[in-house]
Design a protein around this ligand. Sequence first.
Ligand code: SF4
Length: 343
Amino acid sequence: MSNKNIIPIFVPHLGCPHDCVFCNQNKIAGLKDISVENERKTIQEYLSYFKNKNDIQIAFYGGSFTAIDYSLQNTLLKVAYEYIENGSVKSIRLSTRPDSINEKILNNLKKYGVKTIELGVQSLNEEVLISSGRGHNVQCVYDSSKLIKDFGFELGLQQMIGLPRDTEERAIETAKKFVEIGPNIVRIYPTLVVEDTYLEKLYKSGKYKPLTLEEAVDLSAKLLKIYNRNNINVIRIGLQPTEEINYNGSIVAGPFHPAFRQLVENKIIIDKILKTLENKKIRNLEIFSNNKNISTIAGQNKSGSKKLYKDLKLKSLKFVDNKSNDIIFFDRDSLEKINLLDW
Ligand code: SF4
């Protein structure tokens, strides 16, 4: 995860001429009035909260930033750039569509100190892109990613799973193609059915079936392993819970969980532990690691501990915080120690 302090500025649906089947930007980003006054107010507020003033980034989220009118882009960027010039903010990031990138746009973003550009790609399968109403093709993603990298920006790619006509195989193919493109960061979002979207209609008429939570966690775990193996930093898995993105918000259906990433990491580590210990016949197990790893292994509502008890037929399981990143298993009966590296 990034250690940056992020100042989020939401740019809801402004200028986006598209209607992706899953998107209702007004609901996702919140109906915030985007104005220079609000931008300034948000930046000032966040600057006063941050204790660590060293690595602060302004992030334009939601919508498609570079599809907005140049004059509004520049108005928003100018305000952000003032804070870079006075040294209180280090960099700017923004998210946009792959077909809203060209040399003129990138030259403009350079001028204002933008460091990171994230592309909402969602899938690198043509059929999925068409069924999701994205309005751009796969080649466009390759071209814009190359241009962004050639200009020296950091590249982020966002992948969605569970879109119409997506399959596990297609999602894994997309992740492999992302690796070939070589982004600096990736985000993985399971598709949720949000109110007032075309996807809601498809869902209600029985033409779309979202992934279950279990399917989304399993698939995300497979994708995370691909990115981890290739040293690509996955900075988010699952949408951030907000008033709208929540059980009582605008979500109609789909694999929402407020701590989705922890479910995915728990799945990866429990599978790895079971594989490592499967033939060891350990009955009284102690696990030594730091608190973070321990809570990931134990899982929410102790789901990880329960699975270890059940699948390994344990009589006892004890966690010991030894402040270490390593994960060491200690078999109380045989006094054997096993170190699990690279989980
Ligand atoms: S391009 Fe982005 S903002 Fe526009 S409809 Fe699609 S997801 Fe929403």
